[in-house]
Design a protein around this ligand. Structure first.
Ligand code: MIC
Ligand code: SF4
Length: 643
């Protein structure tokens, strides 16, 4: 039997384990990336593991999230990352150089290689035929030190693309269609592999829009073949020598297959508050809107920006609409300026922001109360925009631009003939904002600068023989890491200050949670399905750990979050019978007799509920390695013990 693209890359990077679906496998990692909101922790952990020099082929530290700098905190963290990167052999992408995924695609992505990043949208690199996987900062630190990265051998879902996209329908509509088909849990345990004749009609940046939002499917990664369009993209970037062709074998077998006819697609929108709540834009037509935000790692390429500029040219943004535009990288920004398209955007009344994550992570541009905001981003989770009662819709750049002019939800296909966008054959390359690390002989002379915002990382604790504590929080399905550890302009500056961050933990669900958790003698959280979906932020494990959380019980967990829980010694437990969820109440006093022993090797543990004398069976779905990490009280202790 032949191999899929995913299997080919895995086979070339397999360090241990068998390529059997559902088994834990270890991968050699060629490249890593971090961004500043997760990077400080990742590098503190790299230092804690006493790794002097990274062992990857390439590691890059980007500054793109915390660029608002409303106090000293972010600037301090940036300097820390800059100096620690210089010392340890990591390239440093300065603020102003762009969003990590966009810049990585342009300047560093290589077909057939592996990349892990401390950001859930690392699969963007799949647009160039790379296996990009989002991970917690600690896992990225381990990979930088030359350690393997562990995943469950994924299922491979093939999506056949046929036909070509009609005018005004774009890559964003393709991935929204996939989200409509599969839902936010539909990719769990899988990598999505795109194929078929329709692939040839999509450029690398368009493919990257699609692989980017594979994160919203819960998929481990998404990947496109590497073909003549990949070569053209690399050539335009002056990186032709990085090209390798990559196709599946003709007899490769897939675990599931779907076909999407691109020519039948219509403009789509993900409605509040989930990326899979997808409707046709035509069914929303006429709804009054207040804000439009264009950019983010999903839709900020040159072709996206040129399309928006062409639609806005000679028009004025509607008086009731505030339009922000954040180009994805310095390269995109420069080229927009060089060809005059930037002037068209400014003239139309767009508020041009720097090339960074910006409004996507709630760094400014929160909508008005009950505001309707159209965004070309990838997540519309409750309160992520910074306005809890706002309605955020995820749309294509075409829909966003058309609606910004009219002031109401507008189907762009109603605009008539689409403007023809010409993408230059070679791009403006200038890597002057990428700082190279000090050479090995001078690394010792570099002083790592630490500001007062950097507080010690809470330490995981080895599990006690018995666990007895309160069930301090009961939440429902699809809880995101934005619920657990919100971000945004007020909170993000404290990403390296866990005590301060803890004041905001779970406040989206229950403002009393931090106080109650602190007052309790440790606690358990109960969640529903897909607990911890969304961002890779390990703070969603670190902060509950600081607040005394010892275990999380759920119906199912999201991949990156469960790995983060284990890395910090919080035990993930699955309800064997989903109906037992109803039997457990917030405030219950619960215990697990033989807790440590169960982690040591049992498949089942029993939760006893207070006086009610109920016994609830819980599954410990863990590999031997994960059990050892939990017994050690987390990954840092585990690596130390292993020497
Ligand atoms: C996000 O889109 O939620 C983020 C901010 O990029 C996160 C990382 C973080 O929380 O710092 C992600 O996607 O992993
Ligand atoms: Fe940045 Fe938004 Fe992309 Fe996250 S999803 S990396 S916040 S642009």
């Amino acid at each position: 039997m032949g191999y899929t693209i995913v299997e080919k890359i895995i086979k070339n990077h397999l360090v241990s384990g068998e390529m059997k679906k559902g088994e834990e496998i270890a991968l050699r990692i060629d490249q890593t990336l971090t961004q500043d909101a997760t990077g400080t922790m990742a590098y503190l952990q790299l230092e804690a593991m006493e790794i002097d020099r990274v062992k990857t082929e390439l590691s890059v530290a980007y500054i793109d999230h915390n660029t608002l700098q409303s106090g000293f905190e972010n600037a301090d963290d940036h300097r820390y990352i800059q100096t620690v990167a210089k010392k340890h052999g990591i390239r440093f992408s300065r603020p102003g150089n762009g969003i990590c995924h966009q810049v990585h695609l342009e300047r560093f992505g290589i077909p057939g290689k592996t990349l892990i990043g401390s950001d859930s949208h690392t699969p963007t690199a799949g647009g160039i035929g790379m296996l990009g996987i989002g991970a917690g900062g600690l896992d990225v630190a381990v990979a930088m030190g030359g350690g393997a990265y562990y995943i469950t051998m994924p299922r491979v879902i093939r999506i056949n693309l046929v036909g070509s996209l009609p005018d005004y329908v774009s890559a964003k509509d393709v991935i929204l269609e996939v989200l409509r088909l599969l839902g936010v849990k539909g990719g769990v345990g899988s990598v999505i592999e795109y194929g078929g004749e329709g692939v040839k009609t999509l450029s690398v940046p368009q493919r990257a829009t699609i692989t980017n939002m594979g994160a919203e499917l819960g998929a481990t990664s998404s990947v496109f073949p590497s073909d003549e369009n990949t070569l053209a993209f690399l050539r335009a970037q002056g990186r032709e020598s990085d090209f390798t062709e990559l196709y599946p074998d003709p007899d490769a077998e897939y675990d599931a297959e779907y076909t999407i006819d691109l020519s039948m697609l219509k403009p789509l929108a993900a409605c509040p508050h989930s990326p899979d709540n997808v409707k046709a834009v035509s069914s929303l037509s006429g709804m009054k809107i207040d804000q439009v935000c264009i950019g983010s790692c999903t839709n900020s390429s040159l072709s996206d920006m040129l399309t928006v500029a062409a639609i806005l040219k000679g028009k004025t943004v509607h008086p009731d609409v505030s339009l922000s535009i954040s180009p994805g990288s310095k390269q995109v920004y420069t080229m927009l300026a060089e060809c005059g398209a930037l002037a068209d955007l400014i003239a139309a009344g767009a508020r041009i922001l720097e090339c960074a994550c910006g409004p996507c992570i709630g760094m400014g541009f929160s909508p008005k109360s009950k505001g309707i905001s159209l965004r070309t981003f990838n997540r519309n989770f409750l309160a992520r925009s910074g306005t809890a009662d706002a309605g955020v819709y995820l749309v294509s750049p075409e829909t966003a631009a058309a609606s910004a002019i009219s002031g109401v939800f507008t189907d762009p296909t109603s605009l008539g003939v689409a403007p023809k966008i010409v993408i230059p054959e070679s791009f403006t390359v200038n890597d002057n904002l990428i700082e190279l690390p000090a050479s090995v002989e001078y690394a010792g002379d570099v002083t790592v600068e630490r500001g007062p915002n950097i507080k010690p990382i809470p330490k995981g604790k080895a599990p006690d023989e018995e666990l007895e504590c309160n069930l301090i929080l009961k939440v429902g399905d699809n809880i995101t890491t934005d619920h657990i550890m919100p971000a945004g302009a007020k909170i993000l500056p404290y990403r390296s200050n866990v005590p301060k961050l803890s004041e905001f933990c779970f406040t989206v669900c229950d403002p009393t949670f931090p106080e109650r958790a602190k007052a309790s003698d440790g606690g358990i959280i109960l969640g529903g399905h897909n607990y911890g979906q969304g961002s890779s932020r390990e703070h969603a494990a670190l902060v509950p750990l600081y607040l005394g959380v010892r275990a999380v019980i759920a119906k199912s967990f999201a991949r990156i979050h469960v790995a983060n829980l284990i890395n910090f010694g919080i035990v993930p437990l699955l309800l064997q019978n989903e109906d037992d969820y109803e039997r457990l109440m917030q405030g219950d006093r619960v215990s697990i007799i033989g807790f440590r022993e169960a982690i040591n090797g049992e498949k089942l543990a029993y939760l006893t509920v207070g006086e009610r004398d109920e016994k609830i069976p819980l599954l410990l779905n863990l590999s031997d390695r994960q059990r050892e990490i939990l017994l050690a009280g987390g990954m840092l202790n585990y690596t130390k013990n292993k020497g």
